[in-house]
Design a binder for this molecule. Structure first.
Ligand SMILES: Cc1ncc(COP(=O)(O)O)c(C=O)c1O
Length: 407
């Protein structure tokens, strides 16, 4: 009888333990008080708003190549890419081949959906990544005929046909075939039996400037290059030039795909533009908590370099976030944070792991109160502006030790 009782007790104990573990499994995910909350329903809304806005003046709408390079602008490449695939993105764009390979392998394991990855970066002569790309059939940007020839030979060796997109340099002067060599390059590329020309694209140099005459010239040149390369027997399936700035300011109906990056994450390329304009909002909120509160006297120095001196008896909140998490040290003496929806100044030098804030003697701030460094109620435009950065840098700068928590 005792044995049976013991077994029953063990059974109930284990059951309670597993129920507890299941109910509180989210606790496992939040280890640090500082974390980046990534709101996937905002991502979906942004994606849908961009798709609608980009396609508003063309019958068939526009295909979307969602840019997820640089760890999806700091939001976590794999999770963001998978979400965007679920929301209906046509393509995913990476910057280099290790990102493409990582994403391809993640998708193979984690989704049954079809996906198309375009790597915006180029291959070099040393043959690095050729085999990995060919085996995975990752779509490649081509901007050099010699390297395209090597890739064709490699693909032939594996008996595979690789999709390529041709990069035309229309004025960015970064990568791509120079305009005067493009027609000949396309003619040659057509003869490579193991490469399939899927599209052609270019990139704006200043599309965030709505008045840019240079962007109009880039569009005209791009159209001319396409016209010269196409004929009755050959048409590019995909033609694209628009990043976020292009979608907003230079969205020509002749091109059938767009490549939004920053707008997916809730920002415009130029600081301070009202986000309501196309209905996007920040996806990431960098959060932390008040770890310690201490009362200090008047004339007390705070943090490294003793740059902040208290003007009265006050309370200092210590918050465990710093430039080691990607909160720029350049914001020292400039930035504000939100505690309980109220703004407070960051006081004294920003450290690697801590910031400090003089919250006053009378405020209601307590230990464990939530702190927002930037995000929905405090867009990253503001810290970016204060330290001469752009929101892209603030988002991409959130370091790897900050957990991304998807809600
Ligand atoms: C080739 C290319 N296309 C699209 C984008 C996306 O740009 P944005 O984030 O401004 O939308 C980038 C980003 O730098 C890019 O390099």
């Amino acid at each position: 009888m005792r044995l049976i009782n013991r077994k029953i007790n063990k059974y109930f104990l284990e059951k309670r333990f597993f129920t507890f573990k299941k109910n509180f499994s989210f606790l496992k995910k939040i280890i640090n008080d500082t974390y980046a909350e990534i709101n996937l329903s905002t991502l979906r809304k942004n994606f849908e708003a961009i798709k609608k806005y980009a396609g508003r003046n063309s019958d068939k709408g526009k295909k979307i190549c969602s840019i997820v390079k640089a760890n999806a602008y700091g939001h976590g490449m794999n999770e963001i890419a998978k979400a965007l695939l679920d929301y209906g993105t046509d393509y995913l764009g990476t910057a280099n081949y290790s990102e493409s390979i990582e994403l391809h392998d993640y998708f193979k394991k984690n989704t049954k959906k079809q996906f198309s990855l375009l790597c915006l970066g180029i291959l070099t002569e040393n043959g690095k990544f050729f085999e990995e790309i060919i085996k995975r059939k990752i779509e490649v940007t081509v901007s050099d005929i010699k390297i395209a020839g090597y890739l064709n030979d490699y693909a032939k060796g594996f008996n595979k046909k690789i999709n390529i997109q041709i990069k035309a340099d229309t004025g960015m002067n970064r990568i791509g075939f120079p305009a005067d060599s493009l027609k000949e390059a396309v003619r040659k590329l057509k003869t490579f039996g193991n490469l399939n020309i899927k599209g052609i694209f270019s990139h704006f140099a200043e599309s965030e400037n709505a008045k840019s005459g240079f962007s109009l010239k880039q569009i005209a040149l791009f159209k001319q290059l396409i016209k010269e390369s196409e004929d009755s027997g050959f048409k590019f399936e995909l033609k694209h030039i628009c990043n976020t700035g292009g979608i907003l300011n230079f969205n020509d109906p002749e091109f059938n795909m767009v490549r939004p990056g920053i707008s997916l994450y809730g920002y415009y390329p130029e600081i301070g533009r009202p986000k309501k304009e196309i209905g996007i909002s920040p996806v990431m909120t960098l959060k932390s908590k008040v770890s310690q509160l201490k009362t200090v006297d008047k004339n007390v120095s705070i943090s490294y370099g003793r740059k902040y001196i208290t003007k009265r008896k006050t309370r200092i909140a210590s918050i465990p976030v710093g430039y080691g998490d990607g909160y720029p040290r350049l914001l020292t003496g400039k930035s504000k944070i939100l505690i309980n929806k109220k703004f407070y100044k960051v006081s004294g030098t920003i450290c690697m792991d801590w910031i400090l804030s003089d919250v006053g003697k009378e405020s209601s701030v307590s230990v464990n109160d939530e702190v927002i460094l930037f995000g929905r109620d405090l867009p990253a435009d503001e810290p970016a502006r204060l330290c001469g950065m752009i929101p892209y840098e603030i988002l991409c700068g959130v370091s790897s030790r900050v957990q991304r928590v998807y809600v």
